[in-house]
Design a protein around this ligand. Structure first.
Ligand SMILES: [Zn+2]
Length: 346
């Protein structure tokens, strides 16, 4: 008798080759090494889900029609930049953004329907900087916010989002911070783009905060992230009791990434994913949806995506893949102590 889908893992890869600008860090070349990922998926029997454009009714829960009209108008005159950072559009960008959001919804659906226990939507363009009404930071539609709203619609009311991109997910926070049923936790490098997510930003409801920002000093790496998960993210989850966990997974916190200065290793991403899987196991019946955000070193990106998949599945990876961070971990203890105090976890 076939076993249940307990161990299966859903994924979608949305390479969006037409949404491309060669000189821009968020270009189609990011996925150049993704044959490695497809090989892993085939060898391990991962469940590939379809890529279909997100339905308008799922998108307009987050983004008003007026914003979509503005985006379409910019695309008519593309290729063009539509925001500083810079965020660009091409004639293929609307379709790419719909597919990136749609793949996330399809991975979510596979998990909700029990065809998979967890999953990863590996799409571009990314989403976590996009606010309801503004494209920002290479992001057009906020994939994770759209999927979080869909999960709630499907009865998973209490949603936890852990954003491990090197940048603060200002868009995700802005869209969801007023909802007491969404816990948003972000680790990011302090003082870089987009400048939001400062330590004492605990969201609009100080008495019942559902926003935690953990701005880390440059050169924070594997051991710092492990401490943050143990001391901050785990207890926050235990207090909030989510029904589903989303991970906004940016791989620009890898030490090889050219855009910023945190220094997770591939092994660090693997460890982080297995710790987050434990949280999902404890509170969410294992339900984890990972959504790709940044990550601009193509080799570090593919190996770290694989590391996260294997961490979530409880499988190993070679320890020396791309090697450890070049510098000792920065001391983030004062930031962590402040976060514990701010959130009554001390
Ligand atoms: Zn980023």
């Amino acid at each position: 008798m076939p076993k249940s889908n307990e161990g299966s893992f859903a994924y979608a890869i949305v390479p969006s080759p037409g949404h491309d600008m060669a000189s821009h860090p968020e270009n189609a070349g990011r996925f150049i090494h993704f044959d490695l990922l497809r090989q892993l998926a085939l060898a391990e029997g991962l469940l590939e889900v379809q890529i279909t454009p997100a339905p308008m009714e799922a998108i307009t829960v987050v983004h008003p029609q007026s914003y979509l009209d503005t985006l379409l108008k910019a695309i008519e005159e593309s290729p063009a930049y539509i925001d500083y950072a810079p965020t660009y559009v091409t004639p293929a960008s609307f379709e790419a953004a719909l597919n990136s959001a749609g793949a996330t919804l399809n991975v979510l659906e596979a998990v909700i329907e029990g065809r998979a226990r967890a999953g990863f939507s590996i799409g571009r363009p990314p989403g976590h900087h996009a606010t309801a009404t503004r494209a920002m930071g290479f992001c057009l539609l906020n994939n994770v916010a759209i999927a979080a709203r869909q999960a709630q619609k499907q009865g998973l009311q209490r949603v936890m989002i852990v954003d491990i991109d090197v940048h603060h997910g200002n868009g995700t926070q802005a869209i969801l911070e007023h909802d007491p049923d969404v816990l948003y936790v972000s680790t990011h490098q302090s003082g870089i783009y987009p400048g939001t997510g400062v330590l004492n930003d605990i969201g609009p409801d100080a008495d019942n905060s559902t926003v935690a920002n953990i701005p880390l000093p440059a050169r924070s790496g594997d051991s710092t992230f492990e401490t943050v998960i143990q001391q901050v993210i785990k207890p926050l989850a235990a207090r909030f009791v989510p029904e589903i966990l989303f991970i906004s997974a940016g791989f620009d916190a890898h030490w090889r990434d050219p855009l910023a200065g945190l220094q997770l290793s591939t092994a660090g991403y693997h460890r982080l994913a297995s710790m987050l899987a434990e949280i999902a196991e404890e509170h969410c019946a294992g339900r984890v949806i990972v959504v790709l955000e940044g990550g601009y070193d193509p080799e570090a990106l593919v190996h770290s995506v694989i590391a996260v998949i294997q961490g979530l599945r409880g499988s190993g990876i070679p320890d020396d893949l791309l090697g450890p961070a070049p510098f000792p971990d920065a001391d983030a203890s004062s930031v962590i102590q402040s976060v514990l105090a701010l959130h009554d976890l001390a």
